[in-house]
Design a protein around this ligand. Structure first.
Ligand code: S3P
Length: 170
C-alpha cells in the first residue's frame, strides 16, 4: 500500500492526537497541515489569520496540503478542519484516492476539546456557537470525502487509532 491516510473533521475531533498514533501503528511519518504551515512560514496560524486574514491562511494551507499529497513517502496526514472548503483541495484529495477518515463527534464534545491550544482563532470566545455556524457547510463535505467514518465521542485517541490502523491494513 503506497497511499497516504488522511484524517478529516472539525476542530477538536482529534486529528492530530489520533493521527500521531495511527502513524506510529503503521510505522509512517505523521504530517499536520497547521504545523507545516507554521514551519514553512515561521509564523503561527493565529498570526497569519490576524495579520493577513483567512484567505491568505487558506492559500498557505492549500500549498502544504498539495506538497504532502504529492510526497511519495506514504504518511498519515491531518488535514486541518477548513482545508476541505477549497474545491481544488477536495479534487486533490479525491484524485489521490487514499483512505480518508472522518473523525466525527457531537458539536458539544468538539467544542470542549477544541478549546485547548491557540491555533483556532475562528472559535473566538464561544467555541460551540462558532462550530454550530461552521458545521452546516462542512458536514456534507466531510461525509462526501470520507471513505471511513469513526465516531470519536466516547473513544480514546488510542482506541480510535487502533480502529483506523486495523481498517487501513485490512
Ligand atoms: C481551522 C482549523 C484549525 C486551523 C485553523 C482553521 C478550520 O486546525 O487550521 O484554526 O477552519 O477548521 P484543526 O482542524 O487542526 O483544529
Amino acid at each position: 500500500m503506497t497511499e497516504h491516510v488522511l484524517l478529516i473533521g472539525m476542530m477538536g475531533s482529534g486529528k492530530t492526537s489520533v493521527g500521531r498514533r495511527v502513524a506510529e501503528l503503521l510505522g509512517r511519518s505523521f504530517r499536520d497541515s497547521d504545523a507545516e504551515i507554521e514551519a514553512a512560514t515561521g509564523r503561527t496560524v493565529r498570526e497569519i489569520f490576524e495579520t493577513d486574514g483567512e484567505i491568505a491562511f487558506r492559500r498557505e494551507e492549500a500549498t502544504v496540503l498539495r506538497a504532502a499529497l504529492e510526497d511519495d513517502e506514504p504518511a498519515v496526514i491531518a488535514v486541518a478542519g477548513g482545508a476541505v472548503l477549497d474545491a481544488e483541495n477536495r479534487r486533490l484529495i479525491v484524485e489521490h484516492g487514499a483512505p480518508t477518515v472522518w473523525l466525527h463527534a457531537a458539536l458539544g464534545v468538539l467544542a470542549s476539546r477544541a478549546s485547548t491550544g491557540d491555533h483556532r482563532p475562528l472559535l473566538g470566545d464561544e467555541p460551540l456557537a462558532a462550530l454550530e455556524r461552521l458545521y452546516p457547510e462542512r458536514e456534507p463535505i466531510y461525509r462526501d470525502l470520507a471513505t471511513l467514518v469513526v465516531d470519536v465521542t466516547d473513544a480514546t485517541p488510542d482506541d480510535v487509532a487502533a480502529q483506523i490502523a486495523e481498517r487501513v491494513l485490512a
